[in-house]
Design a binder for this molecule. Structure first.
Ligand SMILES: [Zn+2]
Length: 138
């Protein structure tokens, strides 16, 4: 029997396809407004600060802190059932965007994940895209 796999996002939607395409090269990209410098994330066509359509793609270095998190202890999905307990966290990247992800590589997320802890990007590899996850900075 095949191992259950993570449900993956559709990588061909107009607003997000460039973001997902960059993950193939293990690049975590976000947008910034050319007009008012507002950092825009998740990817969109217009600035959330001034509605300008002139957004530039930027590359995150992949370092950030846990803004907040929750620990999932029960799941009925075949993939996530095998992962519990696991941390779902808002990661605040150094460049400003907040991304919803998981904090992995911890023994016990109830003890080992804390608000403000420093984390770094790690990639979960898939065929068409890669998924950005985070682990504690050593
Ligand atoms: Zn703007």
């Amino acid at each position: 029997m095949n191992e259950p796999t993570r449900p993956l996002p559709r990588a061909n939607e107009l607003d997000t396809q460039e973001f997902w395409a960059a993950t193939k090269n293990k690049e975590l990209r976000y947008q910034q407004c050319d007009g008012c410098n507002t950092v825009v994330f998740y990817p969109r066509r217009h600035c959330t600060g001034c509605t300008s359509g002139n957004l530039t793609w930027k590359l995150s270095k992949g370092f950030g802190t846990v803004y907040t998190f929750s620990v999932v202890r029960q799941s009925y999905h075949p993939f996530f059932r095998g992962k519990v307990p696991y941390a779902v966290a808002w990661i605040e990247l150094e460049e400003g965007p907040r991304i919803l992800s998981n904090v992995i590589d911890v023994d016990d997320p109830l003890v080992d994940v804390q608000i403000s802890m420093k984390v770094e990007l790690v990639w979960e590899e898939h065929e068409e895209i890669n998924i950005p996850l985070f682990k504690p900075v050593d």
